[in-house]
Design a protein around this ligand. Sequence first.
Ligand code: 3HC
Length: 303
Amino acid sequence: KNPAGAPSTELARPVRKVGVVGAGLMAGQLALVFARKLRVPVVMTDIDQERVDRGVGHVHAQVEKLAARGTLSAEAGEQLKSLVTGSVSKDVYADADFVIEAVFEEMGVKKTVLAELEEIVSPECILATNTSSLSVTEMASDLRHPERLVGFHFFNPVAVMPLVEIVRGPQTTDEVLATAFATARGLGKTAVLVQDAAAFVVNRILLRMMGEVQHSFDSGTPAEVADHALDPMALPMTPFTLLAMVGIPVAQHVTESLNTAFGDERFPVSENLQHLIDAGITSLWSPGGDGQQSIPAETLEVL
Ligand code: 3HC
C-alpha cells in the first residue's frame, strides 16, 4: 500500500548510484544500509582523506563484523565492501542518482554542501538531507533547483530502526518525493511524510521526554532515579543511554532548534549538557561492563 501523501510509485526514478556526504558515524551507517539494501555503489565524501579513510574503514569493519557473525557470507561481505568507497572530491557525484548529506547539523554548513553539490550533480539527481531538526524549506531557499531537495531523516541505529521521516520542501516535485518513498521501501524502511516543522515529529516528542528527564536531573534528582523513572514503561533503553547513543551534541542541536521554535517553557536548553559537550564527555554513565551504572567523578566535576 502506498503510504499517505506518497505520489504514485510509477513516478519514481531509478537509483543506481548513491552519494553520502560526510564520513562520520551517522554517514557510515547510511552508506552501509544503502549499499546493503539497494546493492548499488555508494561513495562517501568528506573534507580530507583522513576522514574519508576513517569513514570507509568503519563501514568495512562493520561489514566484517556481520560476516564474522554469519549474517553475511564472506563472499557477500567482500561484495558489499567493494560497493562502499570514498573520495575527497564531490566530482564523483556527477553520475549519482541520489546524494544524501549527513554533515554537521548547522544550516550554514548544510547550505554550503548543497550549493557545492548543485554544481556537480546531473539535473535528475535527487538531493536529500538527513537533518534531524533543521528547516528543509530554508535549506532549499538558496538552491537553483529547490525542486529536487527532500528531507530523508533516519534514526539511530540506522540498521535497526524501521522509520524514515520524509519531508517535502515547498517545491519538491512528485517525482522526487516518489523516488524518496521508493528508496525508503528499497531500504526496508517504513516512510512517513511529515511537515517541515522544527525537529519534525519523532524528535519533537522524543526530545520533550528526554528533556524532562534532563530537567529532573538538572534540578537535583539523582541520575539513577531520573534515568530509571520510566523503566516500568519498558522502553528499549533509558533516556541517558539513548542520549549517549544519539550523541550529546546532536541532541543538544535538536533541542536548540526546538527551543528556537517553541521556547524555554517546552524545550529548555540544558546548561549541564553544554558543560559535558564543552568537556568532550560523551556519556553521563561510565561505560563499566558490570551492569552497575555510575557517573564518573570527572563528569561530576564539570556539572
Ligand atoms: N548498529 C547496528 N546494529 C545494532 C546496533 C548498532 N548500534 N545496536 C543493536 N543493533 C542490532 C543488533 O545487532 C541486533 O540485530 P540482529 O538481531 O540482527 O542481531 C538488533 O539490533 C537488536 O540488538 P540487541 O538484541 O543487541 O539489543 P536490543 O534488543 O537491546 O536493541 C536497540 C538495541 C535496537 C538499539 C534498542 O535498544 C532500541 O530500539 N533503542 C532505542 C533506539 C531509539 O530510540 N532510536 C532513536 C534515536 S533518535 C534519532 O536517532 C534521531 C536523530 O535525529 C537524533
